[in-house]
Design a protein around this ligand. Structure first.
Ligand SMILES: Cc1cc2nc3c(=O)[nH]c(=O)nc-3n(C[C@H](O)[C@H](O)[C@H](O)COP(=O)(O)OP(=O)(O)OC[C@H]3O[C@@H](n4cnc5c(N)ncnc54)[C@H](O)[C@@H]3O)c2cc1C
Length: 368
């Protein structure tokens, strides 16, 4: 049986990016997972650090112009008129706050890069390797095989996220919009597919029963409920795709590495999509793991436990911080007593008036 330096198990965006990053270091990599990428109604808000990684992997610039749309402004609404928080790339002195990227197009661009990369072998069974990088995502069924070495603590939020594409009667003007309507969180991310300048990727997190009820509605009735939640700010919204839904769990593994194994991406941590940061955290893991392996002492193997712990230490704080922010926001907006409602909406208005705090929040989102 052929032996590899690394088996990357799981060929999602994180696994594919990791395989490309490791092969660029001259390692022999086996990538286990299906070769075909599915269409996906999701569009991801990609941070500048994620874009930089994908550019280094020669993937980013192959994406069609209408598969990536810059966000210049973001407006976050609370659940009273007072609670509004606005972010602007111009005010924060950055080119853009994020770039909304078509999930399916990104998967296909990674597949094309992998097809041209000598040193990556696609496999559909486990192989002999010095290091197994677990990138199986939140399902991560194979983590059970690691037994007591790691436990993944999950908590079911009781919510589902509905994703779809919608077309608006008004141009998006590169503005992302989000509504925290206890207990719903609704986001409209500006996008150029299917219609340039007028499309949005919708992500709507709701309690499970309400999400199921919305999914059961016909398009017209769904659009009526959407209009009631989003108001008229983005214009009239029409469904332009099927609706898909994901159960929302949040959590993380107690240990991310051990002798000959390491966890990367959603296999290590799952955050609520309200901040659009799950994939960004996963791609930051990829960059950190590749850099740690590249900087290893000549005598250290890629599966060396102490080496892998360096990666784990590097990623612990940013991942913990993002989990605190997303979990905290979720809890804050789940609570419905009137004094808490008032406090959170006044809090948003206050943050809006404190530029250094806004800059700090923007930096956290840009540097995940
Ligand atoms: C509605 C929604 C919107 C989101 N929006 C954003 C956003 O705007 N920005 C952002 O950064 N993040 C966002 N996220 C989070 C993002 O989707 C995830 O963080 C990201 O997809 C994780 O990538 P991954 O490769 O680690 O895992 P996955 O995408 O889950 O990929 C795992 C892969 O491993 C495969 N696999 C599973 N088990 C095995 C096995 N035993 N053997 C081999 N292969 C296996 C799976 O088939 C899959 O291909 C969103 C999530 C949701 C649900």
């Amino acid at each position: 049986m052929q032996s590899f330096d690394v088996e990357v198990r799981g060929a999602g965006i994180v696994g594919k990016s990791l395989a490309l990053s490791l092969v660029a270091l001259g390692l022999d990599v086996a990538l286990r997972g299906a070769t075909t990428s599915r269409d996906d109604v999701r569009a991801y808000a990609m941070s500048p650090s994620s874009i930089e990684l994908l550019r280094r992997l020669k993937v980013w610039d192959t994406l069609a112009a209408d598969a990536k749309t810059a966000v210049h402004d973001m407006v976050v609404h609370g659940d009273t008129a007072a609670g509004v928080l606005a972010f602007s790339a111009w005010r924060q002195c950055v080119g853009e706050l994020a770039v909304i990227t078509d999930a399916g197009a990104l998967e296909r661009a990674l597949d094309a890069a992998l097809a041209g990369a000598a040193g990556v072998t696609r496999v559909d069974i486990d192989v002999e390797a010095s290091l197994v990088a677990h990138c199986e995502g939140r399902a991560a069924a194979t983590l059970a095989a690691l037994g007591a070495a790691t436990t993944f603590e999950r908590s079911d939020t009781g919510q589902r996220a509905i994703a779809a594409r919608v077309v608006a009667s008004l141009p998006h003007r590169h503005v992302a919009r989000q509504w925290f309507r206890s207990p719903d969180v609704l986001a409209l991310l500006p996008f150029d597919r299917p219609e340039r300048e007028r499309s949005y990727a919708l992500v709507w997190s709701l309690p499970r029963e309400r999400a199921d009820a919305l999914l059961a509605l016909d398009a017209e009735a769904f659009e009526r409920d959407l209009a009631a939640a989003a108001g008229s700010e983005a214009g009239e919204l029409s469904l332009a795709s099927e609706r898909a839904a994901w159960p929302l769990v949040v959590g993380g593994a107690a240990a991310w590495s051990g002798p000959g194994w390491v966890l990367v991406g959603d296999a290590a941590h799952v955050v609520h999509p309200l901040a659009g940061q799950g994939l960004n955290l996963g791609l930051a893991d990829v960059a950190a793991l590749a850099a740690t392996i590249a900087a290893r002492e000549p005598w250290r193997g890629v599966g060396d436990e102490r080496l892998l712990r360096r990666y784990e230490r590097q990623r612990a704080v940013p991942t913990w911080a993002m989990r605190q922010i997303t979990d905290g926001l979720l809890r804050l907006f789940e609570a419905s007593p009137a004094p808490i409602r008032e406090l959170r909406n006044n809090g948003m208005a206050l943050v809006d008036r404190v530029p250094p705090l806004k800059r700090w929040l923007t930096r956290r989102a840009l540097d995940s």
